[in-house]
Design a protein around this ligand. Structure first.
Ligand code: PEP
Length: 264
């Protein structure tokens, strides 16, 4: 059910994880901004740690590159020590937010239900979730990839109604590919992305699902980005390690740009 790709503007997001002081974050954001000056057919988003959100937003102002947070809490305010809410993220300049990253699911015990609450909180404030799904190696080896991924998709999209398909992006991130240098084979990624889009159509309707961006994440690098992004249902990338260097992140953005005429 792939549709003309121009329906879906590619999205490339850099997840800086627990890296970068405020000063280093400013510097990296400046390098990315300078390298990507001018019009772009790709939406570019940077996700620094909370402490650097406002500084990075300031550096990127007017560049068209947008800022994401790496997590959010579901309540707007209250007795939630250590947490951060959608209104505070907006105040710091973030417009997008990663949710359900496998590191949070695995290390912090985040459940499908909690991820869903976070998605709802973000949408209620006009923020754009980048909602992550993905199977572990054990689950893949047991032939359970689609069961796991589609269960996570159901939790994120079930009963949801979007005004526009770009209000939310799904990131398929096989857990065994994150930070390991071992990316999914493009054909395997495509198979999962196509299944996610079919399931999204059941929840959101065909038209919205056709416009939904489904990103691939997991050891995306300049040398494998083009073949992953050439897959018809791979609409961008969520990039961890390679986003910590402006040169490699920008090369991945260029690969996403390269995909546009190819699929026309
Ligand atoms: C990620 O953490 O979202 C990610 C995809 O990391 P890496 O690119 O380093 O595998």
């Amino acid at each position: 059910m792939s549709r003309p790709h121009l329906v879906r503007r590619p999205l490339v997001a850099g997840n800086w994880k627990l890296h970068q002081t405020i000063g280093a974050a400013r510097q990296l954001a400046r390098e990315v901004r300078n390298a990507l000056a001018g019009p772009r057919d790709v939406q570019v988003v940077l996700a620094p740690p909370f402490t650097a959100l406002a500084a990075v937003a300031e550096v990127l102002e007017g560049s068209g590159i947008e800022v994401a947070a790496q997590d959010v809490w579901y309540a707007d305010q209250g007795a939630f020590t250590g947490e951060i809410s959608a209104p505070l993220l907006l105040d710091a300049g973030a417009r997008h937010c990663i949710v359900g990253h496998s590191e949070r699911r695995q290390l912090c015990g985040e459940t499908d239900a909690l991820v869903r609450r976070k998605v709802e909180a973000l949408l209620a404030h006009g923020m754009r979730p980048i909602a992550c799904v993905g199977e572990t190696l054990e689950e893949r080896n047991a032939g359970r990839t689609l069961d796991v991924v589609l269960r996570q998709v159901d939790a994120i999209l079930g009963g949801l109604s979007l005004h526009a398909p770009d209000q939310l992006a799904v990131a398929y991130e096989p857990v065994w590919a994150i930070g390991t240098g071992r990316n999914a084979l493009p054909a395997d990624a495509q198979e999962v992305h196509a299944a996610v889009r079919r399931r999204a159509a059941e929840h959101l309707g065909e038209a919205t699902a056709a416009g939904l961006r489904i990103l691939y994440g997991g050891s995306v690098k300049p040398d494998n980005a083009a073949e992953l992004l050439a897959q018809p249902d791979v609409d961008g990338a969520l990039v961890g390690g390679a986003s910590l260097s402006a040169a490699s992140f920008v090369a991945i953005v260029r690969a996403a740009e390269g995909r546009i005429p190819e699929r026309g």
